[in-house]
Ligand binder design. Sequence first.
Ligand SMILES: C[S@@+](CC[C@H](N)C(=O)[O-])C[C@H]1O[C@@H](n2cnc3c(N)ncnc32)[C@H](O)[C@@H]1O
Ligand SMILES: [Zn+2]
Length: 289
Amino acid sequence: MHEFSLGFLRCVRCTSKLWVDIFCQDSEITEGMLECKGCGLNFPIIDAVPIIWDDFSKYLSSRITLGGKLFRLASTGRMKKFVKDSLSKSVRGDDQTALEKRWSEIYQRSKNSKFYVMIKSKLRQIPPSELAVEYGCSIGLMSDFLARHNKTVFGIDKSYSAIQIAKKLPKKNLDFVVADSLSPLFGDQKFNVVLALNVLELIEPLDLLEHVSKQISKGYLVISDPYDFDRGKNSVKKSFDEKSLRKNLYDLGFSISNKTQKPSYIPWTLNLNSRCTLNYKVDLVVAKK
Ligand SMILES: C[S@@+](CC[C@H](N)C(=O)[O-])C[C@H]1O[C@@H](n2cnc3c(N)ncnc32)[C@H](O)[C@@H]1O
Ligand SMILES: [Zn+2]
C-alpha cells in the first residue's frame, strides 16, 4: 500500500480516519496494520495489499484457504498471530479462494479482448482529473490505464487474488484495496471519474448507482454491463437492462453522453481455457454530472 492512500481511506465501520502501524516497508508499506481510533477495528496490510473489510474473520469464513495463504505470506509474528486469531473466529463457509483465483487467471488470459481497447478509447475522451476510482477492478487493467491520465487512482475489488496481481502494476499514483465496493471506504470523498465495468450482476445495481452518485458532484461515471443476471440464488435482487440503467442514471441527476444514449453491443471475450471462450455483448454508458 502506498502511504498516500492513508489520506483517502476510512474505517468501513465508522468512517473515522485510519492510522498505520508499519511492520515492513520498502518503496511502499508491505506489511502493517491500519487502525481505527474511532471504533478500534484493525485492517491488515499483507504482501502490500490492504484488506479493509468490516469483519476480517467473516471475510476469511468464505475464504479459508486464503486464510492459510495469508498466514504464510505474513512475515512478522504479529501479523501471523492476527491472521491465526481471525481464522480461529471464522466459521467455515463455501470456500471462494479457488474460484477467485480461477477468475483472476481468466482476466489475465483475456487482457487482449477488444472490449478493453474500446474502454480505453472512451476513457481517453474524458479530461484528465485529480481523482478516479474503479469498482470491481479485478486485476487492475483499466485502473492502470486511468492512472496515466488522472493524478490519483484507486482500484477496489473483493478478490484478494485479483488485487495481489493488480498490485504488481508499478505506478506510484495507483493503489489497490481489497474492499466491498458498497462500503464507506472513502467516507464522503468526491471523485472526478468512477469506472464500474461488468459488475452489476455481482454488486446490487441500484445500491451501486446510489453509492457512486453520492461520490460524484461534478464528474464522470463509465459503466458497462452484459446484463447476464440469470444466476439463481446468487443473483442480485434487482436486475437491470439497457433502459433501467439509463433511467436510474437520469433519476440520480446524471446526463448521458450522446454516443452512449443508445444501447451498444461491444464484444467482450473471456478466455476460460484454451478450448473455451465466453463471448458477451456489453452495453456501455458514459454518464456525467
Ligand atoms: C465480472 S468481473 C469484472 C472485472 C472487470 N471490471 C472487467 O470488466 O474486466 C467482476 C469483479 O467484481 C468483483 N466484485 C464482485 N462483487 C464485489 C463487491 N461487492 N465489491 C468489490 N468487488 C466486487 C469481483 O471480484 C470481480 O473481480
Ligand atoms: Zn472505525
